[in-house]
Design a protein around this ligand. Structure first.
Ligand code: NDP
Length: 248
């Protein structure tokens, strides 16, 4: 696996890629970047106005016209995901890429103060929703020649850290989900990997580190080499890996 990747223009031509949390932060940049490299992107997120703004930006730039799926992962049920899978199949005939990027941080708090409703919301959005969505989309992904599923992890999903409670546990679970799927589909064309973005200039990072100067952080654009690598055919055969978008 490389530590940098210069994506050739058009590397995602003819690919259909769904991005969760596509309205803001890293997901927004990934959606616009995938479209710039030729993909038709399906923008999924909670706030419709943010998705519409990303849609407009992509269309204004002359990239392939995206689709929008407004969905709150907190309340979404198996039926929502199955209906979405049926719609993608009918509209596009297949799904080539799935980027699980949406995430909820919650609030950093001492273990003794972890609040059950917050814990459950974080597990629902960060883990259960990704599991249910992947389950529903596997048949549509298998209609692609080289399907790629990418989960979003974190440094605290590999080594626990004080006060990161439910968010960190959800990221350990994300790594587990990725490993289990990668192992089950090991001798198929479906590849499954994790990206650890590293400290990145977004509103989530600002919420976790309110005293930090955002100008000192990498931007979502700086991470895109790895997102493009994993979504493009350059990464065929790479599976079961948890990769750093900001390698040391
Ligand atoms: P942001 O908070 O900027 O963006 C998160 C996105 O997820 C938003 O578009 C948000 O939609 C969406 N989302 C949140 N809750 C839901 C929900 N219930 N249903 C649908 N969509 C939802 O975060 P980042 O861009 O910083 O983070 C992206 C990913 O990267 C996350 O998985 C995060 O854990 C991970 N990460 C980020 C790091 C960083 O430093 N920024 C470091 C390590 C990991 P809306 O705006 O509509 O609420």
């Amino acid at each position: 696996v490389p530590t940098s990747y210069n994506a050739p223009a058009g590397v995602l031509q003819d690919k259909v890629i769904l991005i969760t949390g596509a309205g803001d932060g890293i997901g927004k940049t990934a959606a616009v970047t995938f479209a710039r490299y030729g993909a038709t992107v399906i923008l999924l997120g909670k706030t419709t106005a943010k998705l519409t703004a990303v849609y407009d930006e992509i269309v204004a730039a002359g990239y392939p016209e995206p689709a929008i799926v407004p969905l709150d992962l907190k309340g979404a049920t198996k039926k929502h995901y199955q209906d979405m899978a049926a719609t993608i199949r009918a509209e596009f005939g297949r799904l080539d890429g799935l980027l699980h990027n949406a995430g909820l941080l919650g609030v950093l708090t001492p273990f003794e103060h972890i609040d059950l409703p917050t814990w459950q919301d974080i597990m629902q959005i960060n883990v259960t929703a990704a599991m249910l969505m992947t389950q529903a989309l596997i048949p549509v992904l298998q209609l692609s020649q080289q399907p790629s599923v990418v989960f979003t992890s974190s440094g605290v999903g590999r080594k626990g850290r004080a006060f990161w409670g439910p968010y960190a546990v959800s990221k350990f679970a994300t790594e587990g989900l990725m490993q289990i799927l990668a192992d089950e589909y090991d001798n198929t064309s479906l590849r499954v990997n994790c990206i650890n973005p590293g400290a990145t200039r977004t509103s989530m990072r600002a919420k976790a580190y309110p005293g930090e100067d955002p100008q000192k952080l990498k931007t979502p654009e700086d991470l895109m080499w790895l997102y493009l690598y994993l979504m493009s055919d350059a990464s065929i055969g790479v599976t079961g890996q948890s990769l750093d978008a900001q390698p040391k």
